[in-house]
Structure formats: C-alpha cells, structure tokens
Design a protein around this ligand. Sequence first.
Ligand code: CTP
Ligand code: MG
Length: 249
Amino acid sequence: MNPVEKQILGKVFRSKQKTFTSALILAAGSSTRMGGSDSKQFLCVGGIPVLARTLLAYQRAECIDEIVVATRIEDIQRVEKLVADCNITKLTAIVAGGVDRVESAHLALDHISPKTRFVAVADGARCLIRPDEIDRVCRAAYQKNAAVAACPIVDTVKRVGALGNVRETLNRNELWAIQTPQVFQISLYAAAITRTEADEFPVTDDSSMLEHLGYGVYTVPCSRNNIKITTPEDLILAEAILAAEEKAE
Ligand code: CTP
Ligand code: MG
C-alpha cells in the first residue's frame, strides 16, 4: 500500500446507517460461454429477461438509491426499453461498457452521483438475487467498508496440474463461493480500481481488487440460488429455482 492509498484508507468513511448507495450493474460482457449470437442479458428466465430481473431486484432493495448500467454499445437502446417497461425509476445512466469487467465497472463508476458514499457492484447476469439479500450486504458494508455476498461451497476443491494430476486438496471448511452484490465504500473502491489497472492485476471479482490493495473484505451469507447465468444449463437451473420459489410462496 503506497502513502497516498494509506491516506485514503485512513479516512475511510464508516457508517452504521444507510447512506447514499449506487448500484453498478455490469451487463457489457460478450456471453461467450452461453453461446449464440445475442447477449445472455436478454434471454428470458420465467418469461422475464435476465437483466430485467436483476434491475427489478436492485430497484426494490431499500438501500439502493441509484442504478447505473454498463452494457454493450449495441444494446443501449434495448436496455433503455427494458428500463422503461419495468419502471426502473432509480436508473440514472446507461453507459457503454469496456473490454473487460474492470473497465466496465470503471466506466460505470464515472457516472455515479456526487452524493454516492457506497457502490454495490453487481453482475447483470446474477438475476435471482433477492432485494433483502442486497440490503443485508449493503448494511454489512456500511459497518465494515467492504462486504460481498457469498455462500459456503459444497464440492471438494482440488488444485490440479496441467496433466490432470491432483496437487492439493483444499480445506472445504474455509472455502466460499463469492457472488454479487459486492459493496464498497466509494474512495476505497476507486483506489482499488486505479491500482488494479496500473498493475494490470488480473481479477474475476471486484473484492480481489481490494485484497490486492491489502484491504479486508467481509462475506455475507446469501442463498446458493443466487447463481450467475453463464452457460445454457444455468437457464434450466434458474427456471427450476424460480418454479420452486413460486410453489413455496
Ligand atoms: N461484464 C461486463 N463487461 C465486460 C465483461 C463482463 O459488464 N467487459 C459483465 C457481464 O455482462 C456479466 C458479469 O460481468 O453480467 C459477469 O461476467 P460473465 O458472467 O463472465 O459474463 P460474460 O463476460 O458476458 O460471459 P463470458 O465470460 O462467457 O463471455
Ligand atoms: Mg466474462
């Protein structure tokens, strides 16, 4: 951690109460693992597009004050229509995303309100998140500065070499699958992005950028149902989860 970063982190705002929170919904990926020509954000689960489900959850979360969406430039008009159809009144900007997830997050971050104290970074594709889970992660972040939705893993995880040779079995009791939202105090997140980009540090989630900065991150247990729509099998799983939830209501 360099002296400037130490100064920022030393002054980090700690609040136990709700404070202005902006959701950055990242939906600008290329959906390679899903296959097909269209973005997975517009595929339907239970008759509603994936991104619409995600936006509705963040619209309904009490802690979220504004929503900024990053999408592919060619999808901007479709997202505008979806926002209007779903009456997403918290939406303040739709921005063209970048070549990777960090760049999309950075571009979205450039459009948040000057009032923002915390950002809730979310995968557009994680469409089964519940509003109460979003609020729980936000409230944890207001106390700890950095909190992420997470779930204990159920599989045994091994480190495997290039030839398929098992090198090590990790202790499952310590392993969690990390989800979104990931909620951070704003200056902490901005510092983490700057450092990650400068170091070209490879990341697959936002909280690893804070870890790279040497800052502690806390997990908030959320449902295993909070899956990310990644491959065609996930659509089948999401339909089944929704059907089960509807039956339980
Ligand atoms: N994402 C983004 N900008 C990028 C890459 C990803 O906003 N340049 C978003 C995706 O749209 C998605 C989330 O980050 O909502 C998680 O990424 P992932 O599941 O990997 O989605 P894709 O990158 O679209 O899928 P794939 O990796 O299979 O191409
Ligand atoms: Mg990707």
